[in-house]
Design a protein around this ligand. Structure first.
Ligand SMILES: Cc1cc2nc3c(=O)[nH]c(=O)nc-3n(C[C@H](O)[C@H](O)[C@H](O)COP(=O)(O)OP(=O)(O)OC[C@H]3O[C@@H](n4cnc5c(N)ncnc54)[C@H](O)[C@@H]3O)c2cc1C
Length: 825
């Protein structure tokens, strides 16, 4: 007797077990995303096994015909769905500029995280590269040198970079970091470009910005990808040597976030010499480096009324290079970006005439400007601003740890207070996460990936967390963070934060529109295919995407429920040990995210992108899935160092807690059943709570202890040797204070034992020395430490005259700090 013919008997004998067995099989099929035909086989076995009546078989047969036979499925299901969706206007309206933005670049690990079933083995195989010896030598040589000659306070006082810095910019070709060697550039990787920006930013914001801008979206980048050979040969060597100073002008008074709404115009005409020219008129603002630029990259709308270029009357957004000495170009004015002394300017153009060969890529690229910009932004957004923010966060970590160990209040170093430990832990945790994400993102870009959603995640999350880290640092430093002068360690970084938040896609828009709004369309395995098919009335294409999409939703529903019930234990982890659980929890979060994203797309249809409070929460989940993955990648890449575990635990628990908060807020706003039972369950069964006080305390300790761990966490920060410089002075005090702590302990032990009596610290030290409780060297060390501590906590003060010299009355003169910091007391 065969197994199949005996199946009904077996099932009838054990009804409960059989039902449970069937449920288990269904769970396995759903969880693994089994094919339609696997479901059919199991359904047939169940019908046969449980002795189903004829109608059961009829239903199964009908399902097989309807869903399994493609021509029938297209005729009876897919076709009517396409027609209904179009009739009910459920399709999201995608403008041409939006379509170009969505299509720019490619999908990288974002596709994994959006899938609901991320392959962490693949993510762990993604590069986490080091710099080449040549790149490292540049960082240790010219970058170190330019940092040494640039004094941040002097730059702010003089409102310009020193001549020595400009000389090095030219000599060492700082404007040619990304330009190929054949054109005189360095041809560095995104990783190296990023590491250079990190270091420069930690020395002086305006220096970092000045170097960063020509190496990000601008004439060089555009020429390298789209320029004609003649344009490359002419401009690239001159840009690399800073003989030409570039800027790129996109933003206008009426076109900020909505840059496609620009009104700057160019009209093609034939000149009296028979050649083709463009007459340009523009009004741009916020353009970095414009006042000193010799070549202005301009984005404008091109019209060609006589169709002289053969691209119709309105070729559209076009990019061209305009030499700034051309008649009609208006430059020279400056904005004042929060007092940061870098060039940021308006510019106008009045009937500026250039040959059509000024179009980047020549006349053939007329009308392709928007595509060029979107493709370049897809990469650029992941390098410069994330680097400057990661630099700022690491710098904040170095400063707050040292300051908390040096500054004493209530007889204790303030870092010993739990209230201070909290911000210290946050800054330390962010330093670990964002350095991980910086290097991981750059690794992807180094290997040629151009992931616009990941780079939007990087731009948004790095700059937002710089804001948080700097705010925490300000709190820890108290008045010392607020009082400006050469001793101040943090105020100029604080001023710069909103600039990072605003440029290259202001953050609110980046979070709500780009990361999830466009990300959902782009990273989802099927949705863009479906939208394109719907737009083209392509029933076959729609059918090919829609039904696998249904399978995808079913699988993610099963995964979400089962991973939630098992707290992620059913997901595979690519590694063992202390971090395995985090991979499982990220898988769990990814499954719930993917299912919920499909639910939201189904529920809101084309209106989803207007539901920005919803898309913002989805973006938060996506962001932390990525940052969490990068953190785990870093831990593996750095050899699973046990000493890093407090940082990894803090970072992963923080990441998962952020995801949990976003889920709860989504459930709260998505109606039944999410608002009721799902939210209740989600609050009960959290992915993670926030890191414990103990974990935070360990991270805070890392920041307050000189040595390898702190150095690794803040690697890349420029630390001056000179103890007369703000950070050099603090570092020196920090080292001495920490080195003298064991000696201090001996003194206090003697005090507790009644060998010496309570007095001023210098007197107690003298007494301890007298009684041979400490040696002379130890007493000297303590004395040095106390002097260094005293010096490190001083702030600058100014005479009334010097202070007023910066006022309008004082004709904006330069104010001078007093040379004796004690005057500030
Ligand atoms: C210091 C500095 C340097 C710059 N350098 C350059 C440069 O070199 N070249 C250049 O071309 N430009 C430059 N810019 C311009 C910069 O890119 C723009 O400031 C930016 O695009 C935002 O435009 P906006 O300031 O007009 O803000 P707006 O567009 O007015 O935005 C205001 C707020 O509304 C939000 N918002 C807008 N639309 C939406 C939406 N659909 N959904 C949700 N929120 C939305 C934004 O996120 C923002 O928070 C620079 C700006 C600054 C401040």
């Amino acid at each position: 007797m065969s197994f199949l013919s005996s199946l009904p008997g077996i099932l009838a004998a054990y009804p409960l077990l059989s039902t449970l067995g069937l449920l288990l099989i269904v769970a396995v099929l759903g969880f693994s995303g089994a094919s339609f035909w696997a479901w059919v086989v199991v359904a047939a076995l169940a019908l046969g096994g449980f002795g189903a009546p004829l109608w059961g078989w009829v239903v199964l047969g009908a399902m097989v015909l309807l869903f399994g036979v493609k021509p029938l499925r297209r005729l009876l299901l897919s076709g009517p769905i396409v027609r209904t969706v179009k009739a009910m206007k459920l399709l999201p309206a995608i403008s041409e500029t939006e379509q170009v933005a969505i299509e720019a670049g490619n999908i990288w690990v974002d596709g994994e995280l959006f899938s609901g079933k991320p392959d962490f083995k693949r993510i762990l195989k993604e590069p986490y590269p080091d710099l080449s010896p040549e790149e490292q030598a540049f960082l240790d040589g010219p970058v170190e040198a330019i940092c040494q000659v640039t004094d941040d306070w002097e730059v702010f006082r003089n409102r310009e970079l020193p001549k020595a810095a400009w000389d090095l910019i030219k000599k060492e070709r700082f404007f040619g970091l990304i330009i190929p060697k054949q054109y005189g550039g360095h041809e560095f990787t995104p990783s190296a470009n990023s590491a250079i920006v990190v270091k420069l930013m930690t020395r002086c914001g305006p220096l970092g910005t000045t170097v960063m801008v020509p190496n990000s979206l601008g004439p060089a980048e555009l020429l390298m990808h789209y320029g004609t050979q003649a344009q490359k040969d002419y401009y690239l060597p001159r840009l690399a040597s800073a003989e030409e100073i570039p800027c790129f002008a996109l933003t206008e008074p009426g076109a900020g976030s909505d840059a496609g709404a620009m009104t700057s115009s160019g009209v093609v005409f034939r000149g009296s010499d028979g050649e083709l020219y463009i007459r340009l008129n523009w009004k741009k603002r916020y353009i970095t480096l414009a006042a000193i630029a010799t070549v202005l990259g301009l984005a404008f709308k091109l019209r060609d009324p006589e169709n002289l270029l053969g691209k119709g009357e309105n070729p559209g957004i076009t990019c061209a290079l305009i030499p700034t000495h051309t008649e009609g170009v208006v430059l020279g004015k400056r904005h004042d970006p929060l007092g940061l002394p870098f060039y940021n300017c308006p510019t106008e153009g009045h009937d500026v005439v250039v040959p059509v060969s000024a179009i980047i890529g020549g006349p053939a690229q007329a009308g392709n400007g928007w595509r060029m910009l979107m493709e370049s932004l897809a990469v650029g957004r992941g390098i410069s601003l994330p680097a400057s923010s990661a630099g700022g966060i690491k710098y904040a970590a170095r400063v707050v740890g040292a300051y908390a160990a040096v500054r004493k209040q209530f007889g204790l170093n303030i870092g010993k207070f739990e209230g201070i430990e909290e911000p210290l832990a946050r800054v330390g945790g962010y330093a670990y996460i964002f350095e991980a994400a910086r290097r991981f993102t750059c690794g992807g870009l180094d290997s040629g990936e151009k992931p616009p959603v990941i780079t939007a995640i990087a731009k948004y999350s790095f700059t937002e967390h710089l804001r948080k880290a700097i705010n925490d640092a300000m709190d820890v430093l108290g008045g010392a963070g607020i009082s400006r002068g050469p001793r101040n360690l943090i105020a100029h970084g604080y001023f710069g934060v909103p600039i990072n938040i605003t440029v290259e896609g202001a953050n609110i828009l980046t979070r709500t529109l780009m990361i999830f709004g466009q990300g959902a369309i782009r990273c989802h395995p099927y949705s863009y295919q479906e939208i394109q098919a719907l737009m083209n009335n392509d029933v076959k294409g729609f059918d090919a995407a829609f039904w696998p999409h249904i399978g995808h939703v079913v699988r993610n529903l099963f995964r979400s429920v089962l991973l939630s019930v098992s707290r992620g234990r059913l997901a595979a982890a690519p590694v063992g040990g202390a971090t395995a659980k985090y991979y499982r929890r990220l898988s769990w979060a990814s499954a719930s995210f993917a299912f919920l994203a499909d639910f939201a797309m189904g529920r809101f249809g084309g209106n989803l992108k207007r539901k920005e409070k919803i898309t913002g929460r989805f973006a938060d989940i996506f962001i932390w899935l990525y940052l969490g993955s990068a953190t785990l990648r870093r831990f593996e890449a750095e050899g699973r160092q046990k000493a890093d575990l407090p940082l990894v635990h803090w970072s992963m628990q923080y990441a998962l807690a952020q995801i949990q908060t976003a889920f709860n807020e989504l459930y709260q706003n998505l109606g039944f059943p999410f608002r009721g039972p799902v939210l209740w369950w989600s609050r009960l069964n959290t992915l993670s709570s926030m890191p414990s006080d103990e974990t935070g305390g360990r991270v805070a300790q890392i920041l307050q202890q000189p040595g390898a761990e702190r150095d690794a966490l803040t690697r890349g920060v420029y630390v001056p040797e000179d103890v007369n410089e703000a950070l050099g002075r603090l570092e020196n005090a920090f080292r001495l204070v920490k080195a003298s702590e064991p000696v201090l302990k001996k003194v206090y032990k003697a005090l507790r034992a009644g060998k010496i009596s309570k007095d001023r610290i210098d007197r107690m030290v003298g007494k301890a020395l007298e009684l041979d409780i400490i040696t002379r060297e130890e007493a000297e060390l303590l004395q040095q430490a106390e002097l260094a501590r005293e010096d490190a906590i001083q702030v600058d003060s100014f005479t009334q005259e010097d202070y007023m010299a910066t006022s309008a009355k004082g004709k904006g003169g330069i104010r001078q700090p007093l040379s004796d910091p004690a005057m500030s007391n």
